[in-house]
Design a binder for this molecule. Structure first.
Ligand SMILES: NC(=O)C1=CN([C@@H]2O[C@H](COP(=O)(O)OP(=O)(O)OC[C@H]3O[C@@H](n4cnc5c(N)ncnc54)[C@H](O)[C@@H]3O)[C@@H](O)[C@H]2O)C=CC1
Ligand SMILES: O=C(O)[C@@H](O)C(=O)[C@H](O)[C@@H](O)CO
Length: 312
């Protein structure tokens, strides 16, 4: 991968995710002039000026010279000469398919082509490309300027060396790229999160707990637990000397009972209006700045403690 001094990154689509990626890259690039942004919104420059600054606080890296960022006036000029091109445009297949077909015409042959998509596989997005081996999904967890995870989801055609170069890029910047081996719906993080969300909806809909009580439970148990040790490591530890096998020997009956009794809520069913209203009454407009500041500090603390215990 090109050194940070001459690395050129282009971001296509700088809304919620794209701008967060911009903040991340600006922290690691030697100059803002190495970053190019292309977005069709008419108020782009004012939007960037107003919104990018909101990502910076007293504890974050110094505010970059935003005026030095390249604002491209065409897709062609945005992608020419870029080493990395990441799209964070609208989550719809026609947009992404047309985009990659056009990007491929102007991008250099060894440029890395990444999609931030939440769930549209590279095999679908690349179907009008000449070289379908070039595209890789690099799915972030919002906000990517803070959350370490990137799910790398290749199509069956994606070249292995592109996955390796992408892993190298993110690891070198302290991120956690995970290679998802198959194009499953929602990849992995969302599937796991949405499985928990389905059961949470079921329990609220059944009057077992409220929306806020579910959040209290998660934030004061598995939330911090899984920030330190994920589900498999936690239950392997919970099984004592027997490990995960011991856990299931001991608790397996209860686990199966929960699985058998799990809820089957579906989108569009009658639970929606009541639970949407309860969430609104509980939270109103969430202060994402405070959320992100606390999340950053939690992640930094976990990383420091894990490094300290590794060094001991
Ligand atoms: N919002 C989230 O929590 C997450 C979103 N994603 C994915 O990231 C992608 C972007 O999502 P968001 O940032 O939430 O959407 P967004 O709506 O905030 O941003 C999309 C941006 O694309 C721009 N755009 C629209 N048409 C364009 C075009 N033809 N050329 C260039 N730019 C164009 C829009 O002006 C807008 O700024 C989606 O694929 C989404 O699934 C992935 C992880 C999390
Ligand atoms: O939750 C996230 O940040 C991401 O994994 C997603 O893709 C979300 O589902 C996003 O699309 C909506 O928040």
């Amino acid at each position: 991968m090109d050194s940070n001094h001459d690395l050129k990154i282009t971001l296509i689509g700088t809304g919620t995710i794209g701008l967060s990626f911009a903040v991340f890259h600006l922290t690691h690039l030697k100059s803002p002039s190495q970053l190019t942004i292309y977005d069709t919104r008419p108020d782009l420059e004012k939007y960037i000026q107003d919104t990018l600054l909101s990502f910076y606080s007293s504890s974050s890296p110094p505010i970059p010279a935003i005026s030095e960022i390249n604002i491209a006036q065409s897709l062609k000029s945005a992608v020419e000469g870029a080493h990395i091109i990441q799209e964070s445009g609208p989550e719809n297949l026609p947009f992404k398919t047309a985009l990659w077909k056009e990007v491929e015409q102007h991008a250099t042959k060894d440029a890395l082509l990444w999609s931030s998509t939440s769930g549209i596989p590279a095999s679908q997005q690349s179907r009008e490309m000449q070289d379908t081996s070039r595209l890789l999904v690099v799915h972030p967890y919002n906000p990517p300027n803070i959350m370490p995870l990137l799910e790398l989801v290749p199509s069956p055609d994606t070249r292995a060396e592109l996955i390796e170069r992408t892993q190298e890029f993110w690891r070198a910047r302290g991120r956690v790229p995970v290679h998802i081996k198959k194009e499953v719906t929602g990849f992995v993080a969302n599937r796991l999160a949405f499985a928990l969300l389905r059961e949470a909806i079921h329990l609220v809909d059944a009057g077992v707990v409220t929306v806020a009580e579910v959040d209290d439970i998660v934030q004061n148990s598995m939330g911090p637990r899984w920030a330190v040790a994920g589900p498999f490591k936690s239950y392997h530890a919970g099984g004592g000397a027997g490990g995960l096998e011991g856990f299931f020997k001991n608790i397996g009956g209860t686990v199966q009972g929960c699985w058998d009794d799990a809820g089957r809520a579906n989108v569009g069913e009658e639970w929606e209006q009541r639970i949407f209203r309860e969430a609104e009454q509980s939270y109103g407009s969430v202060d994402t700045t405070e959320r992100d500041m606390i999340t950053r500090r939690v992640l930094e603390a976990v990383k420091l403690e894990k490094q300290t215990s590794k060094d001991d």
